[in-house]
Design a protein around this ligand. Structure first.
Ligand SMILES: Cc1cc2nc3c(=O)[nH]c(=O)nc-3n(C[C@H](O)[C@H](O)[C@H](O)COP(=O)(O)O)c2cc1C
Length: 162
C-alpha cells in the first residue's frame, strides 16, 4: 500500500515538530554522552527506515580518534554511514542519517553533517561497504534549536511537500 513521505517518516510527532526548529550544531561540549544515551541511539539507528530497502548499509558510532575533521567542528562523537554504491545510494544515506539528526535534536543533543570529515584509514570501508558521509554529535555548546521565527529553508520546502 502506498504511504506518503509524511506517513512513513512522521509517526513520531516530536520528530515532525523538530523539523521546524532543528539546526546544525557546530559547537559541542567536550563531555561524551552517557552510555545509556549512546545505547538508545544505537537502538534507534537499528530501526531506521531506508529509502531503498535493497541497498545494504551500516551505521556506526565513532570516537574523535577514528575520524579526521577538516573543519573546526570538534565533537565527542561521530556517526559514519557505509553503503553499497548502488543507484540512489547517496539519497538513501541522506534519508537515513537525517532521521538520526532529528532523533538527536528531539532528544536534547546536537548534530551536524560533515561533508569534510574522513574516517581514519582503518575505518574507511566496512564489510565491503564504502564510507559515504559522517555526522558530528554530542551535547550542544550553543542554542540547540532555532528561534521560532527563524524557520529553515528545509522547513519551507516540507510545508509544500507534505
Ligand atoms: C551532505 C552535507 C554535507 C555537509 N557538510 C558540512 C560540513 O562539512 N561542515 C558544516 O559546517 N556543515 C555541513 N553541512 C551542514 C549544512 O551546511 C547545513 O545543513 C546548512 O548550513 C543548513 O543549516 P541547518 O542544518 O542549520 O538548517 C552539510 C550538509 C549536508 C546536507
Amino acid at each position: 500500500m502506498y504511504q506518503s513521505i509524511k506517513e512513513r517518516t512522521m509517526n513520531n510527532s516530536d520528530f515532525y515538530n523538530t523539523i521546524f526548529k532543528r539546526k546544525s550544531i557546530r559547537k559541542y561540549k567536550k563531555e561524551p554522552l552517557e552510555s545509556s544515551k549512546l545505547m538508545d541511539l544505537q537502538n534507534f539507528m537499528e530501526r531506521l527506515m531506508p529509502l531503498y530497502e535493497d541497498i545494504k548499509t551500516e551505521i556506526v558510532i565513532l570516537s574523535d580518534k577514528d575520524i579526521k575533521v577538516l573543519l573546526p567542528i570538534r565533537a565527542p562523537h561521530y556517526i559514519a554511514i557505509y553503503s553499497e554504491t548502488k543507484n540512489e545510494y547517496l539519497q538513501n544515506a541522506g534519508f537515513m542519517l537525517q532521521q538520526v539528526d532529528l532523533y538527536l535534536s528531539a532528544n536534547g543533543m546536537g548534530a551536524c553533517w560533515l561533508g569534510l570529515g574522513l574516517p581514519q584509514k582503518e575505518s574507511a570501508s566496512r564489510n565491503g561497504l564504502e564510507f559515504v558521509i559522517a555526522m558530528a554529535f554530542g551535547y550542544a555548546d550553543e542554542p540547540l534549536h532555532r528561534k521560532a521565527q527563524q524557520s529553515s529553508s528545509a522547513s519551507h520546502c516540507l510545508k509544500y511537500l507534505l
